[in-house]
Design a binder for this molecule. Structure first.
Ligand code: HSE
Length: 439
């Protein structure tokens, strides 16, 4: 049996630093749980001068990450660089060299995961990625291991801490989106490119990974519908509150007969939905499955130590497998590779749900009936209407909640309403996710 497991860490950014810290500070407990020491042999980063509050001199430091993936003594390569460029090249090289790999790289997996998992399988290697979705929440393990006896029916998640922080700030302080984003940046929450967060791409990367695991399908990022939160206003959040809803950026996936829904967009959810009370940078996900009903995971979806915790969990899984000559024991995508299928994603135009519409309309007789008339012509029936304030000039916000409607009909109706003389500004549409919605 091996006397130790040798680790090569690529990238000493926030999460990489957390991984190194946890390996050092919790060494004793890790030895007790694994049976042999997890030895951090290398740390590779282009900047090894910056003070990270770590005692680094006991490790081999290098700015050449290829030295790490080419070292025959390294058992596990931990890729904490991120992005789709050099990180991908290094993972492929590590797999080719027979290394086990741990990554937190959601963008890379969402776009190139099918190929990377195939490469890992062909090389008999484990490629672990718990930290790619939901930080410390063990959602990958839950899907790959704990719930394997279930048919997954749906998943609904708050998977981006930056967006959840921004929406919480707008809700609590009534500030505009730009001001809330500035606070998120000042606190260091957003990705280097905050568009990834606020326009929903980061959430969609994570959803692409989860749909694959849940339904045994190839990762299909390109077909996920993605809409971010940058158009959400304090006014919409206030209206949502009047109807008993909070607005959250949700990742939603539902199993159909031969298709799955996979969409990312802001949604109104009732106050009594547990997700509605997940605030600030926290993440949560509800999984609904045939045997268990609903389960909820909740925790820090980002940050140094919570994310490092997920990475260390993966390292330990792999180390235990290596010690038992059992790597590859858990299929990388939950399903055995020859059972992973291509499953089409339902186009957004084909979904049906309930809708919140907000128009800015002239306050004069007949305007409401003109708008609801267009909606009616497209088969959309209105459940309630709320007009705020009275104005003899200019426009007032008019809000409508629909009965169940088809997205395609909604989009066609809004295209007609947008160009009406009585309406100023583009209409706002927010989907409502409420299992107890009264028709
Ligand atoms: N930018 C991401 C977030 C980091 O805000 O949740 C974690 O994936």
């Amino acid at each position: 049996m091996k006397k130790s497991i040798q680790i090569g860490l690529l990238g000493l950014g926030t999460v990489g630093t957390g991984v190194a810290r946890m390996l050092m500070e919790n060494m004793e407990i890790l030895v007790a749980r694994v049976g042999v020491p997890l030895k951090l042999k290398y740390i590779a980063d282009i900047d090894l001068e910056r003070d990270r509050g770590l005692q680094l001199d006991e490790f081999l430091l290098t700015s050449n990450a290829f030295e790490v993936v080419d070292d025959p003594e390294v058992d596990i390569v931990v890729e904490m660089i991120g992005g789709e460029g050099i990180a991908r090249t290094l993972i492929l090289k590590a797999l080719e060299n027979g290394k086990q790999v741990v990554t937190a790289n959601k963008a890379l997996l969402a776009k190139h995961g099918n190929q990377l998992f195939k490469n890992a399988m062909d090389n008999g290697a484990d490629l672990a990625y718990e930290a790619s979705v939901g930080g410390c929440m063990p959602i990958i393990k839950t899907l790959r291991e704990s719930l394997v006896g279930n048919r997954i029916q749906s998943m609904t998640g708050i998977l981006n801490g930056t967006c959840n922080y921004i929406l919480s700030k707008i809700t609590d302080e009534g500030i505009e989106f730009d001001a809330a984003l500035a606070k998120a940046k000042a606190n260091g929450y957003a990705e280097a490119d905050p568009t990834l967060d606020v326009e929903g791409f980061d959430t969609a990367h994570k959803l692409a990974i989860l749909t694959s695991l849940g339904y045994g399908m190839e990762i299909n990022f390109d077909d996920i519908y993605i809409e971010g939160i940058s158009k959400i206003t304090p006014l919409d959040i206030a209206f949502a509150g009047q109807f008993g809803y909070r607005i959250k950026l949700l990742a939603i996936t539902k199993a159909g007969d031969n298709t799955v829904e996979a969409r990312v967009h802001p949604a109104m959810i009732p106050f009594d939905n547990l997700l509605s009370n997940v605030n600030s940078t926290l993440n949560a996900i509800t999984v609904t499955a045939d045997a268990v009903g609903d389960i909820l995971l909740y925790g820090h979806g980002a940050g140094m130590m919570p994310t490092a915790s997920a990475v260390i969990g993966d390292i330990v899984d792999i180390a235990r497998n290596l010690l038992m000559n059992a790597n590859g024991r858990v299929p990388l995508m939950s399903y055995q590779m020859d059972h992973v299928k291509q499953v089409p994603v339902t186009p957004i135009r084909d979904i049906t749900t309930h809708y919140y519409f907000r128009f800015f309309a002239q306050d004069k007789p007949g305007v409401l009936s003109t708008i609801s008339g267009v909606l009616g012509q497209h088969g959309i029936s209105i459940k309630s209407v709320n007009q705020k304030g009275r104005k003899t000039e200019g426009s007032v916000p008019v809000v409508m909640l629909s009965h169940l409607a088809k997205e395609e009909d909604v989009q066609n109706a809004l295209a007609e309403i947008r160009v009406l003389d009585v309406v100023s500004r583009a209409p706002m549409l927010i989907r409502i996710e409420d299992d107890n919605y009264e028709e």
